[in-house]
Design a protein around this ligand. Structure first.
Ligand code: PLP
Length: 411
């Protein structure tokens, strides 16, 4: 079978027996190494999306592969009825990176699950104050997951109607309105849940005054401030955790995505009174704290730490930001750059992001139309300077090609 027929056969199998929840690109990958993905024909693509901000150490990082293989050959699963070294090691590493001596961790399997855990933690904490303290305030444009509770917490109203009625415990306010936020938090609020940089919402850093208003409102009403660091954490925006270079300290934060460089993981990290809210039996996950997944996450954290990856990613961030800024000045459609660290978006003056994504793919570059007018770049934190240059040049070409196709002239 030739490569095109092979791809068609894969797509037919997808259509036949996989529920159609995803709009997939007509591409199948078989192997990855660093920032490169190889398709069924053996062609290399430059992956500047990292599987949606997941493979932050690049594909098949040797330290992570070794940790997975060693742990898989030793002990894969015990359940949480017993202690394992990898699980304890991960809890300690998460506590150390948070900088909280009294940090306590709950481990699970995904971002949505970690946010569910955070919401339950806040309810448990709130209901100890009074039984109606159960409401959660979130911000428009946020994304917190697809389970019923995290979908409701997700401030993208268009995603709600197909699944209504939702439970009705969430109050959503504009992402840049300090007064609306302060007014929404009251005696019945158990938590404010927010992303420091809204990822799916278009790579949008929240203004400092909104963050400060959220902290003040939570303090005034005995509510928990929860930071969703599922996309922005593990060094993606610069520091270990995105709130660490913001003006606020949350009561708890969540992590997932890049924490195990591609194995399914979620984590809730709490401190202070929040860390005392759960008692045995309140929450659980059969696979949470799985030894193989925790061994991978431990290797991720140790590698970032020992190889100075946050500092190197900072340099690549500046290079990518500057290059995108130049495109914003010179290339068709491009009009701005948003984001922090290596979570950046090139903004466009027309809703052509999907066309740009496609044109990049035709030039062997993977990026993502995070909004109709914004292209997201989330390269591995280990991306090299020459790979950043290659990506910028492919992106420039792609913008020119989309403009040509629409009769708007080229760069
Ligand atoms: N929170 C944020 C900020 C996210 O970006 C995502 C996924 O994109 C989630 C939560 C949900 O994570 P998962 O898909 O692992 O459930």
């Amino acid at each position: 079978m030739d490569a095109a027929a092979h791809l068609e056969a894969l797509r037919a199998r997808d259509a036949a027996h996989v529920l159609p929840t995803y709009g997939r690109a007509p591409l199948a990958f078989v192997r990855g190494e660093g920032a490169a993905l190889f398709d069924v024909e053996g062609r290399a693509y430059l992956d500047l999306l990292s599987g949606l901000a997941v493979t932050s150490l690049g594909h098949a990082h040797p330290a992570v592969t070794r940790a997975i293989a060693q742990q898989a050959a030793t002990l894969v699963h015990t359940s949480n009825l017993f202690l394992t070294e990898p699980m304890l090691g991960l809890a300690e590493r998460l506590a150390a990176t948070s900088g909280w001596d009294d940090a306590k961790v709950f481990l699970c399997n995904s971002g949505a699950e970690s946010n569910e855990a955070a919401i339950k933690l806040a309810r448990r904490h709130g209901k100890r104050q009074h039984p109606d303290k159960v409401r959660v305030v979130t911000l428009e444009g946020s994304f917190h997951g697809r389970t019923l509770a995290t979908l409701e917490a997700t401030g993208q109203a268009g995603k709600h109607p197909p699944f209504a009625p939702l439970a009705g415990f969430v109050d959503t306010v504009p992402h840049d309105d300090v007064e609306a936020l302060a007014a929404a938090v009251g005696p019945d609020t158990c938590a404010v849940l927010l992303e420091i940089v809204q990822g799916e919402g278009g790579v949008r850093p929240l203004p400092d005054d909104v963050l400060l208003a959220a902290r003040a409102a939570c303090d005034a009403h005995g509510a928990l401030l929860l930071v969703d660091d599922v996309q922005a954490g593990v060094g993606r925006t610069g520091p270990w955790w995105s709130w660490q270079d913001s003006p606020i300290v949350p009561d708890a934060f969540t992590s997932a995505k890049a924490l195990a460089n591609g194995l399914p993981i979620g984590a809730l990290v709490a401190h202070g009174a929040a860390a005392a809210a759960f008692v045995p039996g309140d929450h659980a996950s059969t696979f949470g704290g799985n030894p193989v997944v925790c061994a991978a996450a431990n290797a991720v954290i140790d590698t970032i730490d020992q190889e100075g990856i946050l500092a190197a990613a900072g340099e690549r961030s500046q290079q990518l930001f500057d290059g995108l800024r130049t495109l914003a000045d010179e290339a068709p459609f491009a009009n701005g750059v948003r984001g922090r660290g290596l979570l950046l978006a090139l903004t466009l003056d027309a809703p052509v992001a999907a066309d740009v994504e496609r044109a990049c793919r035709e030039r062997f570059l993977i990026v993502n139309a995070v909004q109709p007018d914004a292209v997201r770049l989330a390269p591995p934190l280990t991306v090299r300077a020459d790979e950043v240059e290659l990506a910028l040049s492919a992106l420039r070409d792609a913008l020119g090609a989309v403009a040509d196709a629409q009769g708007q002239g080229t760069v």
